[in-house]
Structures are given as structure tokens and as C-alpha cells.
Write a protein that binds this ligand. Structure first.
Ligand code: ATP
Ligand code: MG
Length: 292
């Protein structure tokens, strides 16, 4: 079906990003609720938006990637993406309230890995994995969002050519691709970002800097390239499995990092899909709604 912007009623703002605003909207006729990501574009940005659309179309059937329904034209020429509404919001908003207990972290890590597996198997790297781009719904489903900087890999393209993504979650080799002479592996870079995001859920703040610190480029670069990222896990009580998992993700040498497929077999996440996991995820949301 073709959608028009006048078919929708704006309910509220769900979030802001670099290029635009995400609204919760209701389709007037069917009363179905969606998220509408409106990106204020110029010609250059429009390219990026259509790349996101292209990627979302290619992963339309994925269970762990936010569902994409349509592009909705707007009078102003902005591009609006009609997306599945994730009613639990983003994990960065949730974790600001308190660190997550390990069973919830494990269940989230497992679902995010399933999402990454779906992407990687289609030769798509995300390049911007972080808590703000992991969304959750009331059913306890965790899905990957925001392909604004996702990129379809083509063999002919130098994967280092476009310098995008969020610096804080960038792997050491993305800061310094030269020293890795052509060995840059963008799939392994997604694994690093995922490891850091998962660690952040457990710590309750960005794990490589003191809580509340305002990172600048140089501080981040030093923390990521010269610090021992995996050691940050020891600052809060954690199981051996969790430590092991984080170590597998946060290997500084990309070649030593586990792949998504290998990580899905790691004991930390392998069993994290039972009743207990579902309860842990629902508890995150329940406490959240009690407080607000
Ligand atoms: P970019 O990182 O490329 O600038 P962005 O950050 O502007 O993109 P998103 O990450 O897609 O765009 O959305 C921004 C925020 O809006 C998210 O962090 C989340 O809080 C909220 N949001 C986005 N999509 C949805 C959705 N489908 N359901 C609920 N909330 C959403
Ligand atoms: Mg985002």
C-alpha cells in the first residue's frame, strides 16, 4: 500500500539523531502504531538515507532487525521511513536508570548477535553498534536499528574509505587502519562495538572512561588503542562466562576476535533464550514503567 504523510497522526517524539527526528505515529484508518524516522535532507544526506532504505529492504525478513515498512513522501522533500515501533525504546535510555543484571545482558547479547549474524550473512556491516541503536519491545525482543551508516560491502571498495560511525565504539583498527595494512576486517569491527555495548549495559556507563566523563577524540583514542578494554569488566562483579565473552569480543587484534557465529556458541549466550531470560528482559521494562 502507498502511504501519505497525512495518513498519520503524530503522537510524540521518540528520539533525535544526527540527521532528523523519530516520531511515534498512528495510522488514522487502521490505528496501527509505527515509528516514523524523518530525516531532513540535502542531496548528500539523501544518498545516505536511501542506502539505509536499501539495507532495510534487504533484511526485511530478519527477526532481530527493526522492521521497515515504507518510505513516506513529505511535502518538504524530507525523507520519512515508516518503521516498526519498538515500544521499550533504546537500551541506552534504559541503562541510564541502572546497570542491567547479567541474565538480561546475556539475553540482549544473544539477540543482538542473531541480528548481526543476519546482517553479516548478507555481507552487510552495521558500523554503528551501540546501546542507542539497540531497541527493545514489550515482548522482550531486541532488534538492531539505525542503518544510516550501515554499508553494503562490495569487494571493489576499500572498507576504510568512508570514515563513519561513532568514535566511542570504534575498534582500534578503525582508529588506525594503516597499522593493519589491508587486513581491516569490518565484520570484526562490528564485534568489537557489540562487546563494548554489552559491557556498557552491565556497567551502566561507557566502560572505557570514568562515569560522566566527556570524551574527546584524543582521550578516546588512547583508551581504545592503548588501554586494556577487556579489563574494564572486572570493575563490577561478573561471572567467568561474562568475562570470557567480553574478552572474545574486545581482543585488540581483530584477527583474534571471535566471529559472530562463534560467539553465538559461547557459554555466556548459548543458553540465554529460556524462560529466565525472558523474565529478566521483561523486568527491565517493568521497573522502567513503574518509575515513569
Ligand atoms: P544516525 O545515528 O544515523 O544519525 P539516528 O540516530 O538519527 O541515526 P536512529 O538511531 O534510527 O536515528 O533513531 C534515533 C533514536 O530514536 C533511537 O536511539 C531511539 O531512541 C529512537 N527510535 C528510532 N527508531 C525507533 C523505533 N523503530 N521504535 C522506537 N524508537 C525508535
Ligand atoms: Mg542512532
Amino acid at each position: 500500500a502507498e502511504f501519505r504523510i497525512s495518513d498519520f497522526e503524530k503522537l510524540r517524539v521518540l528520539g533525535h539523531g544526527n540527521g532528523g527526528t523519530v516520531y511515534k505515529v498512528r495510522h488514522r484508518r487502521t490505528a496501527a502504531v509505527y515509528a516514523l524516522k524523518v530525516v531532513h535532507t540535502d542531496a548528500a544526506l539523501r544518498c545516505q538515507v536511501y542506502r539505509e532504505v536499501d539495507i532495510l529492504r534487504r533484511v526485511a525478513e530478519s527477526n532481530h532487525v527493526v522492521r521497515f515498512h515504507a518510505v513516506v513522501p513529505t511535502p518538504s522533500g524530507d525523507v520519512a521511513l515508516l518503521l516498526e515501533h519498538m515500544d521499550g525504546g533504546s537500551l541506552d535510555a534504559l541503562l541510564r536508570r541502572r546497570p542491567f543484571p547479567e541474565p538480561a545482558v546475556a539475553a540482549i547479547a544473544r539477540q543482538a548477535l542473531l541480528g548481526l549474524a543476519e546482517l553479516h550473512s548478507r555481507n552487510i556491516v552495521h558500523r554503528d553498534i551501540k546501546p542507542a541503536n539497540l531497541l527493545i519491545n514489550a515482548a522482550g525482543e531486541v532488534k538492531i536499528a539505525d542503518f544510516g551508516v550501515g554499508k553494503v560491502l562490495r569487494r571493489s571498495l576499500d572498507p576504510c574509505d568512508s570514515y563513519v560511525g561513532t568514535c566511542a565504539y570504534m575498534s582500534p583498527e578503525r582508529f588506525d587502519p594503516e597499522s593493519h595494512g589491508g587486513d581491516y576486517d569490518p565484520y570484526a569491527a562490528d564485534v568489537w562495538s557489540l562487546g563494548l555495548a554489552v559491557l556498557e549495559l552491565h556497567r551502566g556507563h561507557f566502560p572505557l572512561l570514568p562515569e560522566g566523563a566527556r570524551p574527546d577524540w584524543a582521550t578516546l583514542m588512547v583508551a581504545i588503542c592503548f588501554g586494556e578494554a577487556a579489563r574494564a569488566v572486572t570493575e563490577r562483579a561478573a561471572s567467568g562466562e561474562f568475562r570470557g565473552f567480553i574478552e572474545c569480543c574486545l581482543q585488540k587484534e581483530s584477527g583474534k576476535r571471535w566471529s559472530v557465529a562463534e560467539l553465538l556458541g559461547h557459554p555466556f549466550v548459548a543458553g540465554a533464550d529460556g524462560v529466565e531470560s525472558e523474565r529478566a528482559l521483561r523486568d527491565l521494562l517493568r521497573e522502567d514503567s513503574d518509575e515513569s
